[in-house]
Ligand binder design. Structure first.
Ligand SMILES: [Zn+2]
Length: 331
C-alpha cells in the first residue's frame, strides 16, 4: 500500500480511543527503527519530518527512504507528515514530494519565532487547507502557542489554547486535526518538576469539536533512565522532567489522537552511541554505534506504541488513498 493520508488514521484512533505516535526522522537508522517497532507491534504509524530534517537530509533522500519503508511494510498504514510547516510554500513543496499530511503552524510567523494574531493564523491555515485538500492531503493546524524551542521553532512565549477560539478556528479553516497548547513544551528541558497539564482544555475542546482529533506536541517523557545513560558515559544533561506517560494516556482518554515524540528518540540514540564509544574507545566503524543506536530507538518507540494503545491496530480498517480523500473533500 502507498503512504496513506493522516485523517483516517487519526479518525480511527479517536473512535477506538487510542493514540498514534508521530516520530521524527532525519536519517535511515531512525526510519528503520520506527518501522521495526511498528512492524513488531502491528501499529499504524506517523513518520514526521521537520523543516530542519528536510534541510539536513535534503528532501529527496528522505522521500526515497520512506519509499523503502513502505515497500518493506506493505500491510502497515504509514503516514508521512510535515512537522511545523511555516508557510504555504513549504507545504506545497512537501506535497509535491509525496507527503500525505502537513502541519501548518500558523501560531508563529514564517520565521518560526514571531507570534501571530488569530486572524493571521486562520488566514494562512485556510490557504494551506484549500491547497492540500485538492490533493487529498491531511492538514494539522495549531491554536494557542506551545512553549519551548525545537529545531529553531518556537517563540519562547507559551499561550494556552482557548477552547472557544479552537472551535471557531476549526470551523473557519477546515483543518482535519488540531494541535493544542495545554502546557507541554518542546525540547528536552521541559519542566523542573512533574508538570500539571491543562487537561480540562482537552475535554472542553473535545466537547465543542467531537470529531476533530487533537494533537499533543512537546510530549516526550524524557525518561530518567535515558538521561542517566547519557550522563554516565560523559554527557552533561541537567536534571529535567518530561510529560509522564500517565498524563499522555489521560489526554488520549479525553480526545488526543496524535502524540508527537522527538526528544526521547534523540536521547535514546545519543545514550547508545556514548555508551559504545566510552566502553570501546578503539571502535571506529560507524555501524558499531549506529546499529546499537537504532536498536535502542526501536525499543523506546515500541514501548510508546504499547503505552499509547497503538499496538495491534494496523489491520483494523482498509486504509484510504489520497484519491479517496480528494473525493471526500470535494463532495
Ligand atoms: Zn511541535
Amino acid at each position: 500500500m502507498p503512504l496513506v493520508p493522516m485523517k483516517q488514521v487519526l479518525d480511527e484512533a479517536l473512535k477506538a480511543r487510542y493514540g498514534v505516535g508521530a516520530y521524527n526522522v532525519n536519517n535511515m537508522e531512525q526510519i528503520q527503527a520506527i518501522m521495526q517497532a511498528a512492524s513488531q507491534t502491528q501499529s499504524p504509524v506517523i513518520v514526521q519530518a521537520s523543516r530542519g530534517a528536510l534541510k539536513y537530509s535534503s528532501m529527496l533522500y528522505l522521500k526515497k527512504l520512506m519509499e523503502a519503508a513502505v515497500e518493506l511494510n506493505p500491510t502497515l498504514p504509514i503516514v508521512l507528515h510535515l512537522d511545523h510547516g511555516n508557510s504555504l510554500a513549504t507545504v506545497k513543496e512537501a506535497i509535491a514530494l509525496g507527503f500525505t499530511s502537513v502541519m501548518i503552524d500558523g501560531s508563529l510567523k514564517e520565521d518560526g519565532k514571531t507570534p501571530t494574531t488569530y486572524a493571521e493564523n486562520a488566514a494562512v491555515t485556510k490557504s494551506v487547507v484549500d491547497h492540500a485538500h485538492q490533493f487529498g492531503v491531511t492538514v494539522e493546524g495549531e491554536i494557542g502557542r506551545l512553549g519551548g524551542i525545537e529545531d529553531g521553532v518556537g517563540s519562547g512565549k507559551a499561550l494556552l489554547t482557548d477552547p472557544a477560539e479552537a472551535e471557531k478556528f476549526v470551523k473557519e479553516t477546515g483543518v482535519d486535526a488540531l494541535a493544542l497548547a495545554i502546557g507541554t513544551s518542546h525540547g528536552a528541558y521541559k519542566f523542573k518538576a512533574e508538570p500539571k497539564l491543562a487537561m480540562d482544555i482537552v475535554s472542553e475542546v473535545r466537547k465543542r469539536l467531537p470529531k476533530t482529533p487533537l494533537v499533543m506536541h512537546g510530549s516526550s517523557s524524557v525518561p530518567q533512565a535515558l538521561v542517566d545513560i547519557i550522563n554516565k558515559f560523559g554527557g552533561k544533561m541537567p536534571d529535567t522532567k518530561g510529560v509522564p506517560i500517565a498524563q499522555i494516556q489521560e489526554g488520549i482518554r479525553r480526545g488526543v489522537a496524535k502524540i508527537n515524540v522527538d526528544t526521547d528518540g534523540r536521547l535514546a540514540i545519543t545514550g547508545a552511541i556514548r555508551k559504545v564509544l566510552a566502553e570501546s574507545p578503539e571502535k571506529f566503524d560507524p555501524r558499531d554505534y549506529l546499529g546499537p543506536a537504532r536498536e535502542t530507538l526501536a525499543a523506546v518507540i515500541k514501548q510508546r506504541m504499547i503505552d499509547f494503545g497503538t499496538a495491534g491496530h494496523a489491520a483494523d480498517y482498509k486504509p484510504a488513498s489520497l484519491a479517496n480523500m480528494k473525493k471526500i473533500y470535494s463532495a
